[in-house]
Design a protein around this ligand. Sequence first.
Ligand SMILES: *Cc1c(COP(=O)(O)O)cnc(C)c1O
Length: 354
Amino acid sequence: MKKHNFCAGPCILPNEVFKKASESLIDFNNSGLSILEISHRSDAFIEVIETARSLALELLELNPNDYSTLFLHGGASTQFLMVAYNFLNKKAGYINTGCWSEKAIKEAKFFGELTEIASSKNQDFNYIPKNFEIPLNIDYLHITSNNTIYGTQFKEFPKTDIPLICDMSSDILSRKIDYSKFSLIYAGAQKNIGTAGTALVVIKKDFLAKITREIPSMMSYKTHIQHKSMFNTPPVFAIYTAMLNLQWLKKIGGVEFIEKVNDKKAKLLYSEIDRNPLFKGTAKKEDRSTMNATFILTNEKLKPIFDEMWKEAEINGLNGHRSVGGYRASMYNALPLYSVQTLVDVMIELERKA
Ligand SMILES: *Cc1c(COP(=O)(O)O)cnc(C)c1O
């Protein structure tokens, strides 16, 4: 039986994506060859990567004439340094909303001066800073739209003429926002896009003019753009599953549709967290993430009972990140509403038993 998978990443993907990907491992489109053994330069694979690239832009509602799309190796973590290597000429601004922002800051410091514009560290990253001043003398402002570990999410983005760079690893394509506000968006694929092994990078073409440094080929966005994301052998299987997953998202109604589903799931779970006296949400209500809900038990003694109950209900991946503990329910695009209902039923049952 398929489990209710609340894992934070790698995470659940639609069953039809797993099914099609597994068939293609043996025989890709009746070619007599596995997707893993064809040349990445073959027409068949070029069609895969081009479909994935154009679907990503279409779903983000971005004009292909204005943007370059890449599927790169090295996950979101490599983007922490590539962003700075390419665009940090003198000074960059960062908003620190948690561990992923901190890692981005650490890497960027190799390339120039940084200014931390705002931080929620003073309250264990349980909220999104607001009303901060953005200096005018920075090359870009970097933010993390959804803080996977703490369960907080930007609902509104900073209004500024400074180029915005966003790590959207854990909420890209989950909600309708104006993606054109950003000069560069990156996201590790293993949450809402596909499997681990690649990161999607979307760059506004006119932003590329800001690159002045000499950069080694593999770290240079220009290299990858010139070579249409095929400078070296790309992560073919990760790109293939991304294509399948993006096709699935388009088929079910795109971002507008999935946002409604995601809102429903989040509402269902947060209502129970707020209603049930045995649970307490850890993120500030107005900043709660629709993707990752973080919560704790009000009575730690119930932990062994609760843990046994959700495991019994075929739920997987509910433990909080190892750095913060507690619980985290990740409700990415592919997680069905009935999985959330299953979790809520367990929470109600715990109250009845306790
Ligand atoms: C998961 C995650 C990352 C790390 O991605 P990798 O692909 O493992 O490097 C970075 N940022 C955010 C917001 C994430 O959720």
